[in-house]
Design a protein around this ligand. Structure first.
Ligand code: CMX
Ligand code: CO
Length: 146
């Protein structure tokens, strides 16, 4: 059902300086950037490796774009750090329904738009041993920057 770690989401105060840390320290380059207004974030995806399901694993760096966004509130409370993990699946609708049947709260009735036109939903961290968990179905392997 879930076939890879799609990404690890990391909340940061300043996207540009955090991107530069990952570049200068590890050599990871930006694969894609975008603003997701609905999620209230500006983000950079750093592609780490391909995966055996034909997808890839990323680090997702997240900077809030408004003070009432979930990431802004989390940063205020915790400071910078790992905000969520995301598992990749070919079928986010089916995976979310299966997980819901198993007693986990799924936060969205329907998957929403995520990075690179993926379809995403979230599982409540209180039902996942303290880990905010995202489920992702990728749109296509091509990347854009805007
Ligand atoms: N990881 C683990 N626990 C978390 C958490 C996180 N990222 N965010 C909140 N919590 C915990 C809090 O610690 C708190 O626990 P306590 O009651 O024990 O203190 C509880 O959940 C409620 O926290 P809150 O600050 O009141 O936060 P909200 O209920 O307002 O929001 C959540 C929590 C999960 C519903 C919200 O963060 C959400 O909707 N997340 C999904 C969307 C999202 O995160 N978007 C940004 C990323 C976009 C992307 O990946 O593309
Ligand atoms: Co994410």
């Amino acid at each position: 059902m879930l076939t890879r770690i799609d990404h690890i989401g990391i909340a940061c105060f300043n996207l540009d300086t955090t991107v530069e840390f990952y570049r200068a320290t590890y050599g990871f380059e930006v694969f894609h950037t975008e603003v997701n207004e609905e999620q209230g974030v500006r983000e950079a995806m750093l592609r780490i490796n391909g995966t055996d399901d034909g997808g890839a694993s990323y680090i997702q760096l997240l900077e809030p774009v408004r003070p009432d966004s979930t990431v802004a509130k989390w940063l205020e409370r915790h400071g910078e750090g790992v905000h969520h993990i995301a598992f990749g699946t070919a079928d986010v609708d089916g995976a979310a329904a299966t997980v819901a049947e198993r007693g986990v709260r799924v936060l969205y009735d329907e998957p929403r738009r995520g990075s690179m036109d993926s379809r995403i939903t979230f599982l409540h961290p209180k039902d996942c041993h303290g880990v905010l968990t995202e489920l992702v179905t990728s749109a296509s392997p091509s990347a854009t920057t805007d």
